[in-house]
Design a protein around this ligand. Structure first.
Ligand SMILES: *Cc1c(COP(=O)(O)O)cnc(C)c1O
Length: 355
């Protein structure tokens, strides 16, 4: 990018990088030195700045806290073997952020602001992108309503913040999931396709109930009939049946259009695997399981990349899946994707973005 925006930078005098050990960085617990902030008022984004990461001082009346105009994004930066910092399809996150914003009646962020902020912030904190195996820098843009006003209406002011977390290996124990048939996460006409804060708040209680029964996560089903599979936690779900990759379609707009989902579909097609994006009923999965035709089931998302499913609970019964091996599609695609993100594979789709 040539003519960059004027972002005022205040560098920290006390880097905290010595406080983290790249061999032990639980997800979301450590924050790097700086954050980007911009404020929206009178119809435009102003006061673009990068400042030391730290607390905010806010009124308890800001409308995000009461009425939920709050959205976020999540992506990762990786360090290549040559020491370059690489983002993966960042424009997809930018577009999805604005799609969430539109649905929540929040202002769009211009591409130049989003991308310049991202690039300058990641450059400034590039030493937080650890090259160690399994490490990356998780990037979290968030926007929330800041009108100091009690009453349900769209806010006229907003704050955009981008901050980052160094993260290590995501715990990859194969997961035990419960097909949820009572509670719902999203419904047609709702906000399931957005990364709005409300989508996560609504999921906590049913997820707690599932945890109490010994499951890690829920597989959500459609809100109307609880007949069709939607997604799982903060991951899209994918199945392999008869060597075909099958995943719920995005048509009903109840499912988050995951970048990892889209990327895995593209790689599967590159590998000449048959791919189907369509409605998948719970009974289809149960039948495939019982006839031992369900070869694989896994979650796909930025945080974990791929999370193999070991057990599916349904109607009080647990069904065991074949264990993932090195030859499983999920394992091969996860490995390939990690190599693409680190610049170790030919980038045939132009997915990698050098910072
Ligand atoms: C973020 C998210 C995903 C995965 O999206 P990616 O772009 O692959 O990270 C899937 N489902 C939900 C509900 C999410 O919030």
């Amino acid at each position: 990018m040539t003519d960059t925006l004027n972002i005022e930078v205040t560098e920290t005098k006390h880097s905290r990088i010595g406080e983290v050990n790249p061999e032990n960085m639980p997800f979301g617990k450590y924050f790097s030195d700086h954050m980007f902030i911009a404020d929206y008022r009178d119809g435009e984004w102003t006061d673009l700045r990068i400042v030391p990461y730290g607390s905010l001082s806010m009124s308890p009346a800001i409308s995000a806290l009461h009425y939920g105009q709050s959205i976020f994004e999540g992506m990762k930066a990786h360090k290549s073997g040559r020491g370059e910092v690489l983002l993966f399809r960042p424009l997809e996150n930018f577009r999805r952020f604005n799609s969430s914003a539109e649905r929540m009646c929040m202002p769009a962020v211009p591409e130049k602001i989003f991308m310049d902020a991202l690039i300058q912030l990641v450059r400034l904190d590039s030493k937080w992108v650890f090259p160690n195996d399994g490490c990356s820098l998780y990037i979290r843009p968030v926007m929330f309503a800041t009108d100091e006003f009690i009453g349900v209406r769209e806010s006229s002011t907003y704050r955009l913040i981008i901050f980052t977390c160094p993260v290590g290996f995501y715990y990859k124990e194969p997961v035990k999931v419960l097909i949820e048939t009572k509670y719902a996460r999203a419904f047609e006409g709702g906000i399931g396709f957005t990364k709005a804060a409300a989508n996560y708040g609504i999921s906590l209680y049913p997820t707690r109930l599932a945890r109490e029964k010994g499951y890690h996560q829920i597989i959500w089903t459609d809100a109307k009939e609880h007949k069709y599979i939607e997604e799982s936690g903060v991951m899209n779900v994918m199945f392999v049946i008869n060597n075909t990759l099958i995943t719920p379609s995005l048509a009903g707009k109840t499912i988050l259009p995951g970048k990892t989902r889209d990327t895995i579909i593209a790689i599967a097609k590159d590998w000449n695997m048959k791919v189907e994006e369509r409605k998948i009923s719970v009974s289809e999965i149960m039948e495939a399981l019982q006839q031992q035709k369900l070869q694989e089931a896994f979650g796909a998302g930025t945080a974990a990349t791929v999370a193999p499913i070991a057990v599916i609970g349904y109607n009080g019964k647990d069904y065991i899946l074949p264990p993932a091996t090195e030859n499983s599609f999920s394992q091969r695609v996860a490995k390939h994707l990690t190599r693409v993100r680190k610049g170790e594979e030919a980038d045939i789709h132009n997915w990698v973005f050098k910072v």
